[in-house]
Design a protein around this ligand. Structure first.
Ligand code: KG4
Length: 335
């Protein structure tokens, strides 16, 4: 089954064609990062307008890369939530039009379920059940993937997402947008113990996380140094910050595995590209004998292929939308 998959929830306009949930025939992406860099973050209206400009071209490119015609498609999938609402609506409306014009089934896909499904592309043998640490620019959660379309949210951030936190600190340091990648590179060779930064604990909810205190403490460290005219040891600061984020995540994944008895652990989302988090997950899994599945780097961030992968399993479960499908800024993963 060949699915044309559309992703437009943030700042990438992506259209892919995926066969039977696992084989990526094409993956066309138009990134808007250059445009948003001028403003130091995503400007929602600009994002929506850029999606509108790029989406037909990306669909044509996806067909061309795959060597397919429109009549070869079997279904259309799209991210319908969560995301910047104007941006999501562009993709939903485009997918609806394609489904209507070609008389194809329309499959709504939850964006974070898509991120999880990126692992099915990288690891063809991976099947549920497993635990997944989902860490992106807008979401941070630990999910029990009981089946391809049955998920339970075990814990989530109470405030900022991990990626948002990386982006904010990087912006104040003036090292670029989005900031996670530059912070990761800057941290190489730094001393992660040099700058003391807080770790959170949420009373009564051991798997929930909080990043706002860490973000404030990191920003205070930068401002204090600048007020005193002291130079920060940037690699060590980035390493200390990266370690604090990883310490917020990895021990909770371990706790979730111990609570649920799951032996397979995966990660997903843009922040799962982080070398420290990947390393800490690898060490933790090796120590406790868990199998670890990490998406290849190019599938960590937003892409269309992941929506095509999850779309296939949503279709098999009968999750097909009619022409009244809408988009949503927020939607639980386990709805
Ligand atoms: O999954 P994604 O592409 O978009 C959302 O669905 O939100 O994630 C983007 C986030 C950004 O916050 C970016 O700074 C972060 O992923 N990111 C990283 C790294 N690469 C991207 N964060 C930490 N380390 C990285 N290497």
């Amino acid at each position: 089954m060949k699915i044309l998959a559309v992703e437009s929830s943030c700042d990438e306009t992506a259209v892919a064609i995926v066969e039977d949930g696992r084989r990526v025939l094409s993956d066309a992406v138009a990134s808007q990062i250059e445009m948003h860099t001028i403003y130091g973050g995503v400007v929602p209206e600009i994002a929506s307008r850029k999606h509108l400009e790029a989406i037909c071209l990306m669909a044509d490119q996806a067909l061309e890369q795959a060597g397919l015609e429109r009549r070869d498609l079997d279904a259309v999938a799209c991210t319908y939530a969560p995301g910047l609402i104007g941006a999501v609506l562009v993709g939903v409306n485009f997918a609806k039009s394609v489904a209507y014009a070609l008389n194809l089934p329309l499959i709504p896909v939850h964006h974070i379920r898509g991120h999880i499904a990126a692992n099915y592309i990288t690891h063809p043998a991976l099947e549920p059940p497993f635990l997944c640490l989902c860490v992106s620019g807008g979401n941070t959660m630990i999910v029990d993937v009981q089946d391809y379309t049955r998920m339970e949210l075990l814990g989530a951030t109470r405030d900022d997402a991990a990626g948002e936190c990386f982006d904010k600190v990087a912006r104040v340091l003036g090292i670029g947008y989005p900031g996670g990648g530059p912070m990761d590179r800057l941290a190489q060779g730094g001393d992660e113990k040099k700058y003391p930064l807080p770790r959170s604990k949420v009373d009564g909810a051991p798997l929930d996380m909080s990043f706002s205190g860490l973000k404030t403490a990191a920003l205070n460290t930068i401002h204090n140094a600048s007020q005193k005219g002291e130079a920060l040891d940037l690699p060590s600061f980035a390493a200390s910050f990266g370690q604090a984020v990883s310490d917020e995540l990895v021990p909770r994944v371990l706790q979730a595995a111990q609570m649920t008895g799951r032996r397979r652990i995966a990660a997903a989302g843009g922040v799962s590209a982080n070398s420290r988090i990947r390393g800490d997950l690898q060490r933790m899994c090796a120590l406790h004998g868990y199998e670890l599945y990490l998406p290849e780097l190019k599938l960590c961030g937003d892409n269309g292929a992941m929506i095509g992968a999850q779309g296939y399993y949503e279709y098999l479960a009968g999750h097909v939308a009619d022409s009244t499908l809408n988009g949503y800024a927020g939607r639980r993963i386990d709805e």
